[in-house]
Design a binder for this molecule. Structure first.
Ligand code: BES
Ligand code: MN
Ligand code: ZN
Length: 512
């Protein structure tokens, strides 16, 4: 038996283990198998053979009797009555079998594993016997399972005492699956942390606390960490972050996380919007619009999670991550609509609307990132309601300084199962940001195309000659509806894995 343990500091699963495909040697409470839909009814997918054999070929008939068709997302649990060592079997739908034998779409596998894991609350150990004939498939199964098992119980009385899924075993005999299962654990650990941060009530995650967490976890992962407090921000000329943060009793922070690799050929800079709560400031939001504004630090969360994973994976790139942390509150010290800020770049901004605060903190991070000599800057932000209007709750908007980079980011995101769509930066929107007194205004009073106008605003602050991409994740950062696939209710951790995958793509070629 080949096993590989990967420790996981998840809110839920504590161990993910790989087992060569040998059902007999697995001690588990639940056995998860995949089922394809077909014109003749449900069909066992690769991985389900052993269970089918133990049921003397009766798996399809049993499932048909349960009304189970095998369509994606479907789930059925049934007792095995001693046919296999696991007392419970869980069938999860994989949809139609792939056109090419065994060539399962990785996102189908992630989602199926996620749905199965979510259904296992109250079960301690589960084995995933889903299609995992390649290391990529094994990784998808492990990752989906780990992410699907997520539950945020910290704020429930006795929440941690509930029986929890503590061990997931991925059954695979693919060579190289050890490394991919361990990679999945690293990715899941980052995404889990981001979800936890987004879900944490904003009173427990003011900028200084977020910075402290980054300092601690960053140092542990081997990142260099620099934290600028409100005094350093003021002295340093970070007018955007200071302006947004000055209305709150919880002062702002800028965190720089640094990672270098001796063989690196490329330097990536990530900049995240980290508004720990967005009330709108004096341009106060209506109360219904404030409901999810604890998620307004989701961009900084993604940057933080990605930096940790990049260090843990030892990627052959240089990477810096900036967390632009502030709380946007109304008060006697808050910035006023019509105030003018001098940003870190030296450019002045007239604040027409204090609720367009994300771009104000981001441009300080973007300008500062220019000092690291990056080849590419990628910012991630829950930036505009316009993103949700245009693309809905699950698909992030991607804008960039050039078409090639935009398409690359979209491709990388989609390959991770993080829905993304390219968006333009129409030149004619720039003049809507003209200010009568400052270099630029933070808002076009004419609201149409507001996601794109925000992108146009940011572009003004990108250092000369640096490629830049902007991800608007206003909707995708937070799932206010029912869980789906491996996505829970609440914080999603969206685009954390996209940033990691981008860094992987920009790695130096490995020495032959
Ligand atoms: N944090 C919000 C954007 C947002 C909206 C995120 C809904 C998640 C869900 C951002 O700071 C904001 O308030 N944007 C305004 C800007 C407007 C005043 C120009 C918007 O898009 O409505
Ligand atoms: Mn706002
Ligand atoms: Zn905001």
């Amino acid at each position: 038996m080949r096993t590989r343990e990967a420790r996981l500091a998840s809110a839920f699963v504590t161990t993910v283990r790989l087992n060569a495909f040998d059902l007999g040697s697995v001690v588990t409470d639940a056995l998860v198998v995949g089922i394809n839909a077909s014109p003749d009814g449900p069909r066992p997918a690769p991985g389900a053979e052993a269970l089918d054999t133990a049921l003397t070929g009766g798996l399809s008939a049993t499932l048909r009797a349960l009304g189970f068709s095998g369509k994606a997302g479907e789930i059925a649990k049934f007792p095995t009555f001693g046919a296999v060592s696991a007392p419970v079997a869980v069938a999860v739908g994989l949809g139609d079998a792939p056109a090419q034998d065994g060539a399962y779409d990785l996102e189908v596998l992630r989602r199926a594993a996620g749905v199965a894991a979510r259904s296992l609350a109250g079960t301690a150990r589960a084995a995933l016997a889903l299609p995992a004939a390649t290391p990529e498939q094994a990784e998808a199964v492990a990752l989906g399972g780990l992410l699907g098992a997520y539950d945020f119980t910290r704020y429930r009385t006795g929440g941690d005492a509930k029986p929890q899924l503590t061990e997931l075993v991925v059954l695979s005999d693919a060579s190289g699956a050890e490394e991919s299962v361990s990679r999945a654990a690293t990715l899941a650990e980052s995404v889990t942390l981001v979800r936890d941060l987004v879900n944490t009530p904003p009173s427990d995650l003011p900028p200084a606390r977020f910075a402290e967490i980054a300092e601690e976890a960053g140092a542990k992962a081997g990142l260099s960490v620099e934290v600028l407090d409100e005094v350093a921000l003021k002295d340093g000329g970070y007018g955007g972050i200071v302006g947004v943060g000055q209305g709150s009793a919880n002062p702002p922070r800028l965190v720089r996380l640094g990672y270098t690799h001796p063989e690196a050929e490329t330097t990536l800079a990530f900049v995240g919007k980290g508004i720990t709560f967005d009330s709108g400031g004096l341009s106060l939001k209506p109360s219904a619009s404030m409901a999810w504004m604890k998620s307004d630090m989701g961009g900084a969360g993604a940057v933080f999670g990605a930096m940790l994973a990049i260090a843990r994976l030892g990627l052959r790139v240089n990477a810096v991550g900036y967390l632009c942390l502030a709380e946007n509150m109304p008060s006697g010290t808050a910035q006023r609509p019509s105030d003018v800020l001098t940003t870190y770049s030296g450019k002045t901004v007239e604040v027409l609307d204090t609720d367009a605060e994300g771009r104000l903190v981001l441009v300080d991070g973007i300008a500062r990132a220019g000092e690291d000599g990056p080849d590419v800057i990628v910012d991630v932000a829950t930036l505009t309601g316009g993103q949700i209007v245009a693309l809905g709750w699950r698909t992030c908007g991607v804008m960039a300084s050039d078409d090639e980079l935009r398409e690359e980011v979209v491709d990388v995101a989609v390959a991770q199962g993080e829905a993304a769509w390219g968006m333009p930066l129409p030149e004619e929107l720039r003049k809507g940001l003209d200010s009568p007194i400052a270099d630029i205004a933070n808002l076009n009073p004419e609201r149409s195309g507001s996601m794109l106008a925000a992108g146009i605003f940011l572009r003004e602050f990108v250092p000369e000659g640096v490629r830049w991409a902007h991800l608007d994740i206003a909707g995708p950062a937070f799932n206010k509806d029912a869980p789906h696939g491996y996505t829970p209710k609440g914080g999603t951790g969206m685009t954390t894995r996209t940033l990691i995958a981008l860094a992987e793509r920009y790695q130096a070629a490995r020495e032959a």
